[in-house]
Design a protein. Structure first.
Length: 265
């Protein structure tokens, strides 16, 4: 017993020292960031009452006189999310198959595909939207393309990880029986991948509904354009009404996707 306890002490000491170092580094980074950016929490607290007063004076009560005019923008926003999610799902599955070790044994192809997907994923959709406006001009195509690029990056990585988690026993059994690559893919991989595919796709759709509303601020169409326009015209009552509509859309989307998720996953 004494030998076991003597061996355990250094390990515990190393773990506690590692934890102390990590906490110290995080605190140093936090303090440096606050100092470098000259963040004043006192100013933030002092400005909070002004923000609350401005909100209640300008944004309330909501103005719902023109709420019927928002319906086309709401349909546009949902349409962008549906189209981008649908196209992204197809492309992301192809990339996910190329990234996963279970479905692609060529390391070079996996690395190149993973690098390409990482570029798509790590550029925020708002930046994609701003860049695409210079190519296509203001319009819905910009919103759809921006969402597709980001969603493909997100789903490809998620799909690949889910495919990697698939049990290799069935795949090895199919290979041992002389099954072709596509037979293994359709009879071994896809049946086990479907629950994860539904889950990740619904999650991506929820993200795209939120993102499609935000993309309007860079001129990519959707209901975000109305929010931006009304705020610029100082029509705060209408702006808060549109924001409330956006919140209801997002909550309704989450309700529907959660119901589907519980039924099929």
């Amino acid at each position: 017993m004494s030998n076991i306890s003597l061996h355990k002490i250094p390990v515990e000491q190393r773990d506690s020292k590692r934890t102390y170092v990590i906490v110290t580094v995080i605190m140093v980074m936090l303090i440096f960031s606050i100092y470098y950016l000259e963040i004043s929490f006192i100013d933030m607290l002092m400005g909070l009452p002004n923000f609350i007063m401005f909100f209640f004076e300008k944004f309330l009560p909501p103005n719902a006189e023109n709420i019927q005019r928002y319906i086309p923008a709401v349909v546009d926003t949902l349409g962008y999310a549906v189209i981008s999610t649908y196209i992204s799902t197809v492309l992301a599955f192809i990339f996910g198959v190329l990234i996963s070790e279970n479905t692609n044994k060529f390391k070079t192809v996996r690395v190149i595909t993973r690098g390409f997907v990482s570029i798509l994923r790590n550029i925020p959709f708002i930046i994609w939207g701003a860049l695409l406006i210079y190519i296509f001009g203001i319009g819905g195509i910009v919103g759809v393309l921006a969402l597709i690029l980001v969603t493909v990056g997100f789903l490809s990585k998620s799909y690949a990880e889910s495919i990697d988690e698939i049990s290799k026993d069935k795949l090895e059994a199919l290979r041992a029986n002389g099954s072709s690559y596509f037979q293994i893919l359709f009879h071994g991989v896809i049946p086990q991948f479907v629950p994860a595919w539904i889950n990740w796709t619904l999650f991506a759709f929820e993200i795209n509904v939120r993102a499609s509303a935000v993309l309007g601020f860079v001129g990519a169409g959707g209901i975000g354009v109305l929010i931006d326009t009304n705020i610029n015209l100082f029509k705060y009552g209408e702006a808060i009404t549109i924001i409330a509509v956006v919140v209801m859309i997002i909550l309704l989307t989450e309700l529907v996707t959660n119901s589907i998720r519980k039924r099929f996953v």
